[in-house]
Design a protein around this ligand. Structure first.
Ligand code: SF4
Length: 360
C-alpha cells in the first residue's frame, strides 16, 4: 500500500506557520535533537535536483561532487532564503571548502554554522564532539535568544531516539512491509525533512503492515545516497531486491542511543558509535567486517557501490574494500553516477549483468 508522505515544501510552510525555525543541513551526521530543543527543524539538503549548476560551478572546481555543486547553486538561486540558518558538518574537504566559500565570499542571508566531527571512536572523540556540540548550543542560543534546559534537551533526544529505533525496525522488517525498493527509501528518507513526531507516525503505520515477503535476488547497496532514485525501480524491474544498505544518508545513520544522562555527551556517544563511515575516518577493516556481517544477516548475495561522481572519501576506500570483500566471498559492482542526470542505459545493462551473474 503506498504511503502518503507530505511534500517537503508543505512541511516547511507548516513549520514556519507554527513559529518554528528551519535549519538547512548539509550531509551527513549532525545532532537533530539539539536543533529541535531550540524549536529549529532540520531540513536536509542533499544536492537538490533541478538547479542551475552553472551558478555553483563558477566558484568550484569541476571535480567537486554534485552534492556540493548543487548546494552552492541552490543557495545562489536564493532557494535557501527560507532557512533561518545553514548547518554544515565537516564531512569532507568539499563541504569544508563550501563552508569557507559561504562565510568568506558568498555570504548567504542566513548564518552558517560549521560542525567539526571527530575522526574516530575513542573516548577523546566523544569528549571532543560533546564540546563541539556545546559550542553549537552557544551559537544557537545567541541566534534564538533561547537556552533549553537539560530536561528539554533530553526530551528532544528521546524523541529522536524513538525515530532511530523505528528506522531500525523498518530495516529489520523491510521484507514484509509490502513496500517495493523505491517506496521503502521514500519512507525512510522522509526523515530528511519531517519533524520527528510526523516521521514516527508514518513509520509506525508502515510497521503495522505484515505482507508476504517480496521476491528478488537480494542485494546490498552502498554509497552516499540512492540518487537518482530511479535505480531502485530499475533494480526491481530486473528482479533484484534491496535487502540492506550502507548508504551514508540511510543505513550509516542508524544511530544507537547514547548511554550518558548528560545531554551533550549522550548525543556525542550516539553519533560516534554510528556504523562505520569513510567520512568519519573509520578503518577499512571495520567496514569490511560490517558489510560482511550485514550481507550474512540479510542473505545479500552481492554489493552494488552506487557512488556519487567525484566523492573522494568513498572512492578512496573502494579498491581495498572491494578486494577484501571479494576475499570474504562477497562480490561487488561499482557504479558512479551523476545525480543531476537520468541513469544512462549502460548502468542498467551493468546492473542487469551483475544480477545475472549472482543468479548463476
Ligand atoms: S558526496 Fe562525498 S565529496 Fe560530496 S559532499 Fe558527500 S561525502 Fe563529500
Amino acid at each position: 500500500m503506498p504511503i502518503n508522505i507530505p511534500q517537503r515544501k508543505a512541511v516547511i510552510q507548516d513549520i514556519k506557520s507554527r513559529g518554528g525555525m528551519v535549519a538547512a543541513v548539509l550531509p551527513i551526521h549532525y545532532p537533530r535533537a539539539l536543533l529541535r530543543a531550540f524549536n529549529i527543524f532540520p531540513v536536509e539538503v542533499w544536492g537538490p535536483p533541478r538547479v542551475d549548476v552553472s551558478l555553483g560551478g563558477s566558484q568550484l572546481q569541476s571535480y567537486v561532487c554534485a552534492i556540493v555543486q548543487n548546494a552552492l547553486s541552490f543557495i545562489k538561486m536564493g532557494a535557501l532564503e527560507i532557512a533561518d540558518l545553514i548547518l554544515i558538518p565537516h564531512t569532507c574537504d568539499s563541504l569544508q571548502g563550501l563552508t569557507s566559500l559561504l562565510i568568506d565570499m558568498v555570504k548567504p542571508p542566513s548564518p552558517v554554522f560549521p560542525l567539526y566531527l571527530p575522526r574516530g571512536r575513542r573516548e577523546e572523540d566523544v569528549i571532543f564532539l560533546a564540546e563541539e556540540l556545546q559550542s553549537l548550543y552557544a551559537g544557537l542560543a545567541e541566534l534564538t535568544g533561547r537556552r533549553p534546559t537539560d530536561a528539554e534537551l533530553l526530551a528532544a533526544i528521546a524523541r529522536e531516539e524513538l525515530c532511530d529505533q523505528l528506522s531500525g525496525r523498518l530495516y529489520e522488517q523491510r521484507q514484509t512491509l509490502g513496500l517495493g525498493n523505491l517506496d521503502f527509501y521514500r519512507l525512510l528518507r522522509s526523515r530528511e525533512y519531517l519533524p520527528a513526531e510526523e516521521f514516527a507516525a508514518l513509520a509506525e503505520s508502515a510497521l503495522a503492515v505484515e505482507a508476504a515477503p517480496l521476491p528478488g535476488t537480494p542485494l546490498l547497496l552502498s554509497g552516499i545516497l540512492p540518487e537518482p532514485m530511479m535505480v531502485l525501480d530499475l533494480i526491481e524491474e530486473m528482479k533484484g531486491l534491496v535487502v540492506a544498505d550502507d548508504f551514508a544518508g540511510c543505513g550509516r545513520r542508524l544511530y544507537r542511543p547514547g548511554l550518558s544522562p548528560e545531554p551533550f555527551r549522550r548525543l556525542a556517544e550516539s553519533l560516534v558509535a554510528a556504523p562505520p563511515d569513510p567520512t568519519r575516518g573509520n578503518a577499512i577493516g571495520d567496514r569490511v567486517q560490517f558489510l560482511v556481517e550485514m550481507a550474512a544477516k540479510t542473505y545479500a548475495r552481492g554489493v552494488i557501490f552506487y557512488e556519487v561522481k567525484f566523492c573522494e572519501p568513498e572512492l578512496f576506500d573502494l579498491p581495498e574494500l572491494r578486494a577484501a570483500l571479494k576475499e570474504r566471498g562477497l562480490v561487488s559492482l561499482h557504479i558512479e553516477v551523476d545525480i543531476n542526470n537520468p541513469l544512462p542505459q549502460q548502468t542498467a545493462t551493468r546492473i542487469g549483468a551483475f544480477l545475472e551473474m549472482l543468479n548463476h
